[in-house]
Design a protein around this ligand. Structure first.
Ligand SMILES: [Zn+2]
Length: 591
């Protein structure tokens, strides 16, 4: 026993290739093993096969068989020889041969030993032995039948549970679309892939007619599928990236290395052993990581750790069984399956718990959101009311303002109308006043003139003052125009030269020429100046003389007289000449 445990520990440490053995089942009490040898290439001429040779003594007529517990073995040869070395039975089978060619259609390799009691030699050859203890068991037909039925029943339950969990999580994923569910589904697929490889169900029920596919699945697919789905699921569930990103990277590198080595092993079969190291190291790393993540306060990592402990325990049990430290029963042989089932149950509980908490958080968030929304709603309503109040107030102010403006406008209009009326009235009164003033002045003037000149100045007398030459008259006008001397109308210059015709003045500065009669009553006059003087005197002094009489007197045509008298009369009516008292006062144009 102690030697076995030491061998196990060494094997655990190095994963040594162990040797194969033919053993008697506990129920095979009528058969005795007498001698056992094992070596490569004994008596067979084929050094690729590992051979075990056992002598047995059969003391009963009941039928027995040999069962091989490693359904992955590619090539197995088995021979039953008599004492005289005659081969009475021979079996050639393995995972490389079509399933239908087997003697018994069972997931394991079974060699019936239905022969007479006696002594025989059994020789079994195995090619490419796995690094594991390999057992061939001699069992009675009776026990094998019972055992096989239980085994298939157990496996049916096992896969049934896994499929239920798979479908349930698939359904949850389709309904809730949470990523962790589909990762869990993938992981269960990985578990199923590894299990059907280990127990041989894949070949019996999936690839029975395709040994090549079975071979590829067993060697290159089952384990990588399990390993990759396991890494993806654990990284996601444990949130390894947020705790230790380097661990996540390490796991992915290990997965890549595993696949690379597996592919290399197609050409170099020797490197396959390295992939086993990587395979186990991944599980140990995740196992330890889950423990530390749990310690760091991730409550769900405890579930993971507990579930995974079940698998670890089952692997340990399997090893103990493989090294015959504990007996091989249906419970120990399938300890790995139990471990997986327990793990799946614990993981399911963990997942349910995780989902529950996530949903609770969601629910809380939703409630908080609803509260927030209703608060917002309330605030909005309050705001609307405030805005409405403000608008009402503004409308009121506007209305008041409009009313005031309207009232003020009416007031102003009324005032304007009154002002206009006043202005019109004032204008009317002013013009009436003007008219009144004018008639008054006229009457006063007429009276004054008649008072000053009691006697009319006759034309003969007038001619004595203003003889029949223009010189005297021009000098009179010049005196009236420029009493202080010449002033230029354009530049106000006071110096000018006198031109010979009618004393026209030329400004010494700007050269402007101005005649004496310019800007006077006599401008452009077409008859002698002294006659115009006289007519002005007559008209201004209001002396009653007809145009006809004057025409005879001063020898001018009647229309000329009428036109000039009219001109004088108009000038006398002008506002500027109201103060005139002498006919000379109206000679100059008033500007
Ligand atoms: Zn001038």
């Amino acid at each position: 026993m102690v030697a076995r445990i030491i061998q196990l520990l060494v094997c655990l440490y190095l994963i040594l290739p162990a040797h194969a053995q033919l053993v008697l089942d506990e129920h095979a009490s009528d058969i005795f093993l007498t001698d056992q040898n094992s070596s490569f290439g004994i008596d067979a001429g084929d050094s690729h096969y590992y051979w075990i040779e056992t002598k047995i003594q059969k003391n009963t007529t009941s039928d027995f068989l040999i069962e091989c517990l490693a359904p992955q073995l590619k090539d197995i040869k088995a021979y039953v020889l008599t004492e005289s070395n005659d081969t009475i039975r021979s079996f050639v089978t393995g995972a490389n041969y079509p399933f239908g060619q087997r003697d018994l259609l069972h997931k394991n390799f079974v060699f019936p030993l239905n022969m007479e009691p006696g002594k025989y030699t059994i020789r079994i050859g195995v090619r490419d032995i796995q690094p594991d203890e390999l057992y061939f068991k001699i069992r009675s037909d009776h026990f094998f039948t019972e055992y096989a039925i239980s085994e298939y029943f157990f496996l049916g339950c096992y896969y049934g549970v896994l499929l239920i969990v798979l479908l349930y999580n698939l359904f949850l994923y389709i309904k809730g679309a949470m990523r962790v569910h589909i990762l869990y589904v993938l992981y269960i697929i990985g578990c199923i892939a590894l299990s059907v490889r280990e127990d041989g169900m894949a070949y019996q029920y999936v690839f029975s007619y395709f040994p090549v596919f079975n071979y590829i699945f067993n060697i290159y697919l089952a384990k990588p599928i399990f390993l990759s789905t396991f890494i993806i699921y654990s990284v996601s569930f444990l949130e390894i990236r947020s705790y230790w990103p380097t661990i996540k990277k390490l796991l992915l590198y290990l997965l890549a290395a595993y696949i690379l080595i597996l592919l290399t092993s197609i050409a170099l079969p020797g490197v396959a052993i390295l992939s086993e190291y990587i395979f186990f190291s991944v599980f140990i790393i995740v196992y330890i990581t889950s423990f530390f993540i749990a310690r760091r306060g991730n409550f769900f990592a405890y579930y993971f750790f507990a579930g995974f402990s079940m698998v670890m325990l089952s692997v340990l049990l399997n090893l103990l069984r493989a090294f015959n430290i504990i007996p091989s029963t249906i419970f120990t042989v399938y300890s790995f399956n139990y471990g997986i089932i327990l793990e799946v149950i614990i993981f399911s509980i963990a997942l349910a718990d995780k989902i529950r908490i996530i949903q609770e958080e969601k629910e809380q968030n939703k409630e908080a959101l609803i509260v927030q929304l209703s608060e917002n709603d309330l605030l909005q309503q309050r705001l609307i009311i405030e805005l409405k109040e403000k608008k009402d107030l503004q409308d009121k102010v506007n209305r008041e303002l409009e009313d005031k403006v309207r009232a003020r406008t009416i007031e102003l209009q009324t005032a304007n109308e009154k002002l206009e009326a006043f202005a019109k009235e004032t204008d009317r009164l002013n013009s009436e006043l003007d008219r009144f003033n004018y008639s008054l002045q006229k009457e006063i003037k007429a009276e004054k003139v008649s008072r000053i000149y009691n006697q009319e100045v006759t034309y003969e007398e007038f001619l004595k003052t203003y003889p029949d030459d223009d010189d005297t008259c021009l000098k009179v006008i010049q005196q009236l125009k420029w009493p202080e001397g010449f002033v230029c109308r354009k530049c106000e210059n006071t110096k000018a030269s006198t031109m010979p015709v009618w004393y026209r003045k030329k400004c010494s500065k700007c050269g402007a020429i101005e005649s004496i009669t310019a800007n006077t009553l006599f401008h452009h006059l077409k008859f002698p100046l002294n006659k115009a003087f006289y007519l002005t005197y007559v008209e201004f002094s209001n002396i009653k003389q007809t145009d006809e009489a004057l025409s005879d007197l001063i020898d001018l045509r009647k229309p000329t007289i009428w036109a000039f008298r009219k001109k004088v009369e108009e000038r006398m009516g002008e506002k500027n000449y109201l103060k005139a008292t002498n006919w000379k006062d109206i000679v100059l144009d008033q500007i």
